[in-house]
Write a protein that binds this ligand. Sequence first.
Ligand code: GAR
Length: 196
Amino acid sequence: MTQRVAIFVSGGGSNMRALVEDMTGDHAARPVVIVSNNENSGGIAWAKGQGIATEVVDHRPYGEDRAAFEHALDAALAKHAPDIICLAGFMRVLTAGFVSPWQGRMLNIHPSLLPKYRGLHTHRRAIEAGDTSHGCTVHLVTPELDDGPVLGQATVPILPDDTPDALAARVLEQEHRLYPAVLRRFASGNTNRLDL
Ligand code: GAR
């Protein structure tokens, strides 16, 4: 049976786009909704242009009340009955209340070679640490931030005069290869780790 995928985005949505564009032909999954906390997300505009359903749940009216925000998110999501959630540059931390029911069915991409550099500013931190390589990780989401079983990683070199932006662009290119490849396998029931 076709797996129904919800993709969560906050910004430009380039990973979302790579995932959507791969979900054709014999892929076991199809995108059913793009969800964002940001109505100005480029990802939402692009999805609308593609005729894919969208849901925007602005986090700001909820202030510190994460449970209420997540309740609204859950209600929006339920209309589309997804089987899998892919976080793709979704920049709100989700609590255990939201994550736990989805454990094993929610994926995230993070721009570092986890367990290194959880959180933000990963590219700058890798350069400042003097690392010679960096990359991205697709993992199953658990209530711990940027934790959970790794489904795949892609590695890039850090070059002598790298800036965080140059390194981020090199990593992003690999994100666009890794995430679709991992989702394709995952949707067909293969959870073996993939290293590019
Ligand atoms: C990507 O680099 C993704 O790995 C990162 O945000 C960017 C979103 O770009 N995610 C995180 O930092 C999550 N902690 P995109 O909107 O163009 O896909």
